[in-house]
Structures are given as structure tokens and as C-alpha cells.
Design a protein around this ligand. Structure first.
Ligand code: CO8
Length: 258
């Protein structure tokens, strides 16, 4: 498996565990992290032995934001001209699910990266926030759009305008995270959850991910129609026949990914 300067990547069965590894900077996201992360996710997506990924940091920080030191001297021409950090949208193009396992700080770009994943599992010490306003800037990796969709306008607006952090309990109550897990169990729980997903029929996993994500991009009528078309389409797969036969015959299904 490839080595990355800023990530640790290991495979645990059908699960790819990607760990952000710049602890000296609280995993601040710089251009190297972006390049490494995209390469790792592309390799994961292309690897047929892998069904689900977990993206995590360390106990103190998932990621404390984009790297302020890398950005501090930039001007409009270089930021706009290079579409600075525009590549992060590639994370959302990953077709297999990616779970964010967040402990400690998920701030600014860190919170935005977690929200680009398919769902977030939070350790009890997780803290989410969009503190860019304190630096006299704004979110730049989707936070102003994904946070309101996750927690509603009132909380998102308050967080963006004041920079205050939200703890794990508030984040769960508000719909930002799927579940809270004790810190010591976070990664194991996330890998176990990812394993459950990775053992499902691969085409059904991709289709479920695609249709839930479509809910944030379209009207209800178009979204329901999109769902029905994919639902009908999946009846063309071998795994659908196998899955339903296995249920009727009271045995586990065996998937081929076809
Ligand atoms: N960038 C660079 N370095 C960082 C960052 C960061 N975001 N966060 C922490 N570090 C570094 C610190 O500078 C420090 O380094 P050093 O030891 O060399 O001084 C080290 O990590 C440890 O940090 P602290 O000493 O500050 O640790 P504390 O425990 O005292 O505080 C905090 C932890 C509260 C998380 C604090 O570090 C902090 O406030 N960090 C900045 C949080 C922040 O403002 N994040 C938003 C950044 S802007 C952003 O993410 C925009 C995203 C969109 C970009 C897309 C552009 C298109």
C-alpha cells in the first residue's frame, strides 16, 4: 500500500482506515493533506476488496481547520487563481461510504471535512465549530452550506457568526452526528460500523449512498423519482436475486458485486 506524508492508511478486512497524521499542527489541513487524502480515497474507491472507509484523527483533534500558516500570506489572485482547496470536493465524489470518526477538535476545514463524509461518529470529547470569523474570514470548504443542512439555520448561523464550538451532545441532539461513542472506543466502533456496511452487497451500498445524498440536491418529487429509478435498476443485479432468495431460504446472502 502507498505511503503518505500526512496520513496513515491501513486495511482492516474490507475497511480502509485513514488517519490524519499531522499531530504537531492538530492535523491542520494543508495542500499536502489534500493531495494525500484524495490519492488515498481514489485508491480506496478503486480497490474491490474494500467496501467502506473510516477517516479519523487523534484523541485531541480530528482537524483544527485549514492550515492558517499556509494561508496567512495569500492574496485574492493566488487563492482564486489556484482555486485554493477546491480539490476537497473530490472527497464527496467517493462512491463508497466514508465515515468520519471525530475525537477532539473538528474546526473550520476540519468540521467541513467531517461533514463531507457520509456520516459522523463522535467521541464524547468532540468539539465542532466554524471559527473562521475570528480570523476575519468565512468557511471555504462548504461549512456555510452543509452546516445549515445538518443543524438548521439558527444554530449554523449562530456558530458561523460567533465562532462558538458545539460539543458532542449538542451535535448529536442537533443531527450533526449519528452517534456518540466513548473516546477509547471510537475507532474500533467506527471500524465495526464500517465492517457492517462493507459486508452488504456493494451495488446496494453505492445506490443507498447516492440516493440519500440526492435528497440534498433536488426537490422531493425528483428525489423520489431518482430513488425509484435506482430501486428498479437494482433488480437487474445478481445480488438482488441472491439477497431475496437468501431471505426466503433463511440463510445469509453471498454477494458477488454484480
Ligand atoms: N492551522 C495551523 N496550525 C494550527 C492550526 C491551524 N488551523 N490549529 C492549530 N495549529 C497549531 C498551532 O499553531 C500550534 O503549533 P505550534 O506548537 O507550532 O505553536 C499547534 O497546532 C497546537 O495548537 P495550540 O497550541 O493552539 O493548541 P491549544 O490546545 O492551545 O488550542 C485550538 C487548540 C483551540 C484548536 C487552537 O489551536 C485553535 O484555535 N486553532 C485554530 C482553529 C481555527 O481557527 N480553525 C479554522 C482555520 S480556517 C479554516 O479552516 C478555513 C477552511 C476553509 C479553507 C478553504 C479555502 C478555500
Amino acid at each position: 500500500m502507498a505511503d503518505y506524508e500526512t496520513l496513515l492508511v491501513e486495511q482492516r478486512g474490507r475497511v480502509t482506515l485513514i488517519t490524519l497524521n499531522r499531530p504537531q499542527a492538530l492535523n491542520a489541513l494543508n495542500s499536502q493533506v489534500l493531495a494525500d487524502l484524495i490519492a488515498a480515497l481514489e485508491a480506496f474507491d478503486a480497490d474491490e476488496t474494500q467496501g467502506c472507509a473510516v477517516l479519523t484523527g487523534n484523541d485531541k483533534a480530528f482537524a483544527a481547520g485549514a492550515d492558517i500558516k499556509e494561508m496567512s500570506d495569500q492574496g485574492f489572485a493566488t487563492m482564486y487563481g489556484s482555486n485554493f482547496f477546491g480539490g476537497y470536493e473530490r472527497v464527496t465524489a467517493t462512491r463508497k461510504p466514508v465515515i468520519a470518526a471525530v475525537a477532539g477538535y473538528a474546526l473550520g476545514g476540519g468540521c467541513e471535512l467531517a461533514m463531507m463524509c457520509d456520516f459522523i461518529l463522535a467521541a464524547d470529547n468532540a468539539k465542532f465549530g466554524q471559527p473562521e470569523i475570528k480570523l476575519a474570514v468565512t468557511p471555504g470548504m462548504g461549512g456555510s452550506q452543509r452546516l445549515p443542512r445538518a443543524v438548521g439555520k439558527a444554530k449554523a448561523m449562530e456558530m458561523c457568526l460567533t465562532g462558538r464550538m458545539m460539543g458532542a451532545e449538542e451535535a448529536e441532539r442537533s443531527g450533526l452526528v449519528a452517534r456518540i461513542v466513548p473516546l477509547a472506543e471510537l475507532v474500533e466502533d467506527a471500524v465495526k460500523t464500517a465492517t457492517t456496511i462493507a459486508e452488504m452487497a456493494p451495488l446496494a451500498v453505492k445506490a443507498n449512498k447516492e440516493m440519500v445524498n440526492a435528497a440534498f440536491e433536488t426537490t422531493l418529487t425528483m428525489g423520489v423519482q431518482f430513488e425509484r429509478r435506482l430501486f428498479h435498476g437494482i433488480f437487474g443485479s445478481d445480488d438482488q436475486s441472491e439477497g431475496m432468495a437468501a431471505f426466503v431460504e433463511k440463510r445469509p446472502g453471498k454477494w458477488t458485486g454484480r
